[in-house]
Each structure stands twice: as C-alpha cells, then as structure tokens.
Design a protein around this ligand. Sequence first.
Ligand SMILES: *Cc1c(COP(=O)(O)O)cnc(C)c1O
Length: 374
Amino acid sequence: MNTQTHGADATPIPMLDLKAEYALFEPELSECLQAVLQSTQFVLGPQVSALEREVADYCGAGHGVGVANGTDALHLAMRALGIGPGHEVVTSAFTFIGTAEAISYCGATPVFVDIDPDTFNIDPVAVEAAITPRTRAVMPVHLFGQCADLARLQAICEQRGLALVEDCAQAIGADWEGTRCGSVGVAGCFSFYPSKNLGCYGDGGMVLTRDAKLADEIKVLRNHGSRTRYHHHVIGYNCRLDEMQAAILRVKLKQLDKLNALRREKAHAYNRLLAGSSVVTPREHGSGMHVYHQYTLRSAKRDAIRAALDAAKIGSMIYYPIPLHRQDVYQEMCRGVGLPHSEQAAASVVSLPMFPMLTDTQIQRVCAVVLGAL
Ligand SMILES: *Cc1c(COP(=O)(O)O)cnc(C)c1O
C-alpha cells in the first residue's frame, strides 16, 4: 500500500535542516556574536586565532590558518607549496569542482584519476599510474565524509617526493586508523560552508599543516602578501576568515563529535531499513570513522528513486552528476580520457536527506519511498 495516499505524514523532509541544528546552539551563538559586535574587531582577531588553535588541536595538526572558504584553502596551500604552471596535481575525477579549480588557479594542470567504486574515493593504484616528471602533488578528497586510503597515498607521496594535500571539506572529524584527516598530508584543507559537517553562517575555510614555515607563507598569502602592515613582498590575496564566522565555529566545534556520531547513527538506521533491497548502501572501509557528510546510495533505478522522493516532497541530490573530466571546462584537456568507475558513479548515485537532527520517523518515511520505487 502506498504510504502517501494512506493519510501518512506528508510534511516535506529537506536534504539538510539547518534550523533544527541552529536551535541547538542558540543562545550561545547570540551571546558570542554580541561579543564580537561589541569588540568591533571583525577581521583577523582573537576569535580567528583561537579557532586556528582549536581546529589544529582537534585534528592533531600543528598549525591552522583561517581563510575565506575551502577553495581558497586548497588554492593557498598549493601556492605556498610553489605549485604553478607546468606542474601537475593528481586528483579524483569524482568530486566537487572546487577541488580542481584550486589547481587551475595556480596555473597547474589537474590530472583526474578514477575512484574505488566501493568508497567513491581516489584509487591509489590509479594515482601511481598517473604520476609523471611534472607531478608535484596528490590531492585526495575524503568524499562524503570517509577518508581516502591515506596510508597508501602517503607512502606513494613519500617515495616519489610529492606533496600530499588533503581536501577535507566533507570530512572534518573522520580518521584513518586513528589519525584525523587534515593532519596526515603536508596540508589539510577544510571548508566551513554552511552545509558542511562543521559549517559557519557564511563562507569560511582553514588550512592545517605541521610545517610552521608553510603556515606562515599561507598567512602572508591570505592577507595581501603582507607580514607587516603595508609591507608587501609577494602578490597575495584577500581571503581571510572573519571574526563572526570564527566565533560561530568555536561554539559549534565543541559539539562536532556529538553531531558526527548522530550522523553515523542515522546512516546505520538507513542501512538497516534498506538492507536486502537492490540498492547499494554506503560501504565503510573499516580503517577509520565515516562521518557521513552525505548518505549516498547506488542504484540502477536512481532516477525512479529521485522522482518518487520528489513526489513525496523529500529532498535528494546527485553528488555528482558529471565527473570532472567530462565537464565542459575540462573537456579540451581531457579528450580521450575514460574513467569508468567515476562515470558509473555519476550515473547511479543518489544522496538521501542527512543531518544530525533527522528523526527516526523521517528516516522510515524516506526508506518507504525508496523501497516503493524499486
Ligand atoms: C565544499 C567543497 C569544497 C569547497 O569549499 P568552499 O568552502 O565551498 O569553497 C572543495 N572540495 C570539496 C570536496 C567540497 O565538498
């Protein structure tokens, strides 16, 4: 029987419910924002410095540098590493465009390689095969909240003298065998875009690194190439994190582990309800905690699933419908490149509503609609 016509609850279920999360942090957020307003210090002040320390400590990295967004975090990390024209950076074809844009901003060439179809993360064997004399860095993306194979990627980078730059935008709090992402590579780059697991109320990002000199260079680059005010020794950028966002993030960071644990509970509840059906539920690799930035299924019937969810006013998204080597902007550069696992993923994935405050009833309704569409 169709649950929709059976007088069941038809309240829309969003992909992400930030209001439910906001309620959890009120009134602490109002209080800390008032304090920033009264301090009248809005850019690169005590909140940003404190957040840099706290995120670096949380992830087990030496230094943090707050920047304007996650794409800038990747861009500045590579600039500070000296990556530029004529260089290649090996990265995943199955990711958000920001990953590749940051490489292109440097004048370097992104070299897209295929993924492990079980985890959607970059395949270390493919990485190795893509290395040339021009390669300077490898940039894994910890997609959907689960770490790429950092042990093998680190070994490859060490052996070949390449920089390992982690795109941690979706995975703050996830670990590889006990080491949190962002502290394994020479640089770990984070986004605090509102929808991320640790999101601010605007744009924000951070680079973590154990290398003090690299941290210093990124600090110079984020602030107009200046170490001392009005003394400029390189052409830098204006891409600083602001005090209000930092203050908000400091409040939310204290709850991150709890919220990530709730995401895991919701994911496991989905797994139980969808078990035994034809959909492929997310695979945990078992070498560290998945923090479920997204809960992503695979199904040959994903278009039917989406249509049924739409009709039931339930959110869903396709992350990502077009792999990067097939995007118009990289078409020319990637002529003749075939990456079957990335292409198959793009054609079969669908992400379901995922946020810490998702209720059991909501999960049951989503699963009933998914199962009904198969
Ligand atoms: C969100 C995201 C980025 C970019 O972060 P912004 O803060 O939006 O610039 C980069 N890579 C991945 C994988 C992301 O999910």
